[in-house]
Design a protein around this ligand. Structure first.
Ligand code: ZN
Length: 201
């Protein structure tokens, strides 16, 4: 039996931290120790922030974003362009696009991508709500900002078919050479996609 170096409260903290993405047991132990050492400066405010998050965070009924208000900050931002809806699989993707200031449109979070192997079907995604939003006459473009994976592209095709009825242009993100990327390091799929989707210089 492995002997424990700390009391059950600390072991519990380590076990919970180890469930976070990107943290294994070893880094969770290091994170726990760091929190304990920085009790006043970090652990107490973190605990308070977690409690606020538990009390206030909710899912936006319009777009599926996570925020402390519903409709969310993005959906209530009147400076945004109501003609554009950017479709993402996950809230993390929405936040990434916002960090990049990549678009001035509104968003729609699907919750996942279609994945027959994992048993994720259309009914598990917010596709019906997206089609409803696309029928709004103000909306003219749906941008599919989905992962360049088989599941992401399967989802993109499925949604494109459903949006035939709506009077909107359906676009997707370009696939190709990353900013700062060197051609020699790219895989064949990325290189050939970049060549197919070349643009006028
Ligand atoms: Zn929203």
């Amino acid at each position: 039996m492995v002997s424990s170096v700390a009391g059950p409260e600390i072991e519990r903290l380590i076990q919970l931290l180890a469930r976070l993405p990107g943290l294994g047991p070893r880094s969770a132990r290091r994170a726990a120790l760091h929190l304990i050492k920085k009790r006043e400066a970090l652990m107490t405010p973190l605990s308070a922030a977690l409690q606020v998050a538990i009390d206030k965070i909710q899912v936006c009924n319009t777009c599926g974003n996570i925020d402390t208000q519903n409709p969310c900050t993005v959906c209530t931002d009147m400076r945004r362009d109501p003609s554009i809806i950017v479709v993402v699989a996950d809230v993390a993707d929405l936040w990434a696009l916002e960090r990049a200031h990549a678009t001035n449109g509104f968003y729609h979070v699907l919750g996942a991508t279609l994945s027959p192997l994992d048993g994720v079907g259309p009914q598990d995604l917010t596709i019906d709500a997206l089609v409803q939003r696309a029928l709004d006459p103000r909306v003219t473009e749906i941008i599919l900002a989905l992962n360049a994976t088989v599941d992401g592209q399967t989802t993109a095709h499925y949604i494109t078919d459903l949006l035939q009825e709506a009077n909107v242009k359906v676009t997707r993100l370009a696939h190709g050479v990353p900013v700062g990327g060197e051609l020699d390091y790219l895989d064949e799929g990325t290189l050939s996609a970049a060549m197919r989707q070349r643009t006028l210089f």
